[in-house]
Design a protein around this ligand. Sequence first.
Ligand code: MN3
Length: 202
Amino acid sequence: MSFELPALPYAYDALAPHIDAQTMEIHHSKHHNGYTTNLNAAIKGTPLEGQSIEDILTTLDLDNKAVRNNGGGFYNHRLFWEIMSPDGGGAPSGKLAAAIDEAFGNFEDFKSAFSKAAATQFGSGWAWLCVHPGGKVAVCASANQDNPLMPGIGCGGTPILGIDVWEHAYYLNYQNRRPDYINAFFNVINWNKVEALYEAGI
Ligand code: MN3
């Protein structure tokens, strides 16, 4: 029983012009595929083999670099594909919208906080919107393929939205203009999915 690269829920060119087809194809078929293959190799024959990715990450020994990097990479990209859609954009509604308003004041201030976390993450990493027990939401960022499920990385909760700010996620189309990529990402956020993850994580 090993982890499998999940199929994208849309075509490689579906998110263009916000995220271009070549970036999506390389990102999914090379990068995500590599994390998946390397995760399987790292857990093979160990007590982690057969566990869910969530269980592996929430009990992770941060010194286990192979599982930290590749388990994080497997989980992070799987979430990333799901929370984007060619029909995305706009703003959340319902309980998630209320939680965002409570935490940030309004959607625009949330967008600013999330965008700042993504823009100022030094080097490779991710920015996240997480839900905490009781339903509060918060923004944080993590380095490399770390994510909020991992204990002790200084960014916690259950991730319901994440943006990959590794250069491989945007450099072909945006070069060094990470803020332009972050702005474009908001045009493809699948808020229906993020809301469902919020409801499941309350
Ligand atoms: Mn990536």
